[in-house]
Structures are given as C-alpha cells and as structure tokens.
Design a protein around this ligand. Structure first.
Ligand SMILES: CC(C)(COP(=O)(O)OP(=O)(O)OC[C@H]1O[C@@H](n2cnc3c(N)ncnc32)[C@H](O)[C@@H]1OP(=O)(O)O)[C@@H](O)C(=O)NCCC(=O)NCCS
Length: 186
C-alpha cells in the first residue's frame, strides 16, 4: 500500500462528478441518504432519525482517514457541485493491500450511470495510487443496479455470505464481489 496516496487528501474527477474527501460540512448529505428508506432497501441499517448520527459517522471516517483505514469521498454533481452521494474505501488493509468499496447516491441521481463513474474513479485511485491489490464489495442480492455496475467493471462473484448482517428485524445475505488489480503480475 502506498500511504503517500493520502497526502494531500485525494480529489478525483469523473466526467460529471467531483469526488472530494468527506467532512463535517457533508452532514446534510450523509443524513439525507441514511434517513431515506429508498436508499436503505438493500442496506442493512435502521433509517437514521437524528443528524447527530451522521456527525458520528463522519467523525469515524475522519478518524479512519487519519489511521489510513478509510477513504470516503462526497460526490458533487455538475458545475453547481450539487451533493449527489458519497462512497469510498473502508477496512483498508496495508498488509494484504486490500479494501472494501461502498457507494450510494441520492435517488434523484439514480439511473444515469453516475455511480459507475464514481466507482471507476475510486477503483482507478485504489489500484493506481493507493496500490491496492484487491478490492471487494458486498451487495445484498436483489440490488440489481449495484450487481450490474460491479459486473460490468470486471468484479467477479466470489460467493454468498449468508446472514452477513442484521437490521430492521431481518438477516441480510451478501454477494461477495472481488476484483484483483488488472495490472498485477500474479
Ligand atoms: C446502487 C446505486 C449506487 C446504483 O447507481 P446508479 O448510478 O443508479 O447506477 P447506474 O445508473 O450506473 O446503473 C448500473 C446498472 O444497473 C442497471 N440498473 C439501474 N437501476 C436498475 C434497477 N432498478 N433495476 C435493474 N437494473 C438497474 C443500469 O441499467 C446499469 O446497467 P447497465 O450498465 O447494464 O446498463 C444506486 O441505486 C444507489 O445509490 N442505491 C442505494 C444505495 C445502494 O444500494 N448502494 C449500493 C450498496 S452495495
């Protein structure tokens, strides 16, 4: 893993998005996403009811950034830089050069290929700058948009994690998707 990739904090661009490190100014975005049940259909989480929950999460990401274990970006859309979603890497493992990727958009931005753009930019940074060897994602079966997005980018289904998480009184399975750095030699 190349720790230098965190300095300066990375800012990424795609055709329609600017990805910049999340900070406390993103409180409304992070809260809005997690308070809206439409976004949580395939996310094992209770809908949030207080902005303080978003602040706690943002501070966890900031601590994770300092520990080089988390890299979370806010996605800003278009010239007006409208807050559209967020995503990034967590569980960054410097020994095994691997991390998990996650992402989400507010519903107004779904269905336009924007998450794919963000994933392309993040994966390019993960392999190219952070020098990860492996990136994985966990997707609850039925989240077709997320499954297709990953499959189109070469992520392979590696298995099914039964009862991987629990929320809202039910268990959630996860399909495990993995991608090895295409530039890796072995
Ligand atoms: C999952 C999510 C990130 C997808 O983002 P998006 O920008 O809307 O996705 P895209 O427009 O790039 O679509 C990706 C693919 O899924 C397809 N798709 C989109 N919505 C779909 C739906 N409701 N049903 C089936 N396929 C769908 C698209 O056609 C596209 O496939 P293609 O490349 O073969 O044409 C977005 O729906 C979201 O934020 N959902 C809530 C949070 C979440 O579930 N995050 C992922 C957790 S693993």
């Amino acid at each position: 893993m190349n720790e230098a990739a965190f300095t300066p904090p990375p800012i990424l661009n795609s055709a329609r998005l600017l990805l910049r490190p999340v900070n406390r100014d993103d409180l409304d975005l992070v809260y809005a996403f997690n308070a809206d049940e439409r976004n949580l259909r395939y996310v094992a989480r209770e809908p949030w009811t207080a902005k303080a929950q978003a602040l706690v999460r943002i501070d966890e990401w900031t601590d994770g950034f300092a520990a080089r274990a988390t890299m979370m970006w806010a996605f800003e859309h278009g010239p007006e830089r409208a807050p559209a979603g967020y995503g990034g890497f967590f569980g960054i493992d410097a020994e095994a050069d691997k991390a998990e990727i996650g992402y989400g958009l507010l519903p107004a931005y779904w269905g336009r290929g924007l998450a794919g753009e963000a994933v392309d930019a993040m994966v390019a940074w993960g392999f190219g700058e952070l020098k990860l060897h492996r990136i994985h994602a966990r997707v609850h079966p039925g989240n077709t948009a997320s499954e297709r997005l990953l499959a189109r980018r070469g992520f392979q289904v590696e298995g099914l994690l039964k009862h991987d998480s629990r929320a809202r009184g039910q268990w959630f399975d996860s399909a495990l998707f993995g991608l090895i750095d295409p530039a890796a030699e072995d």
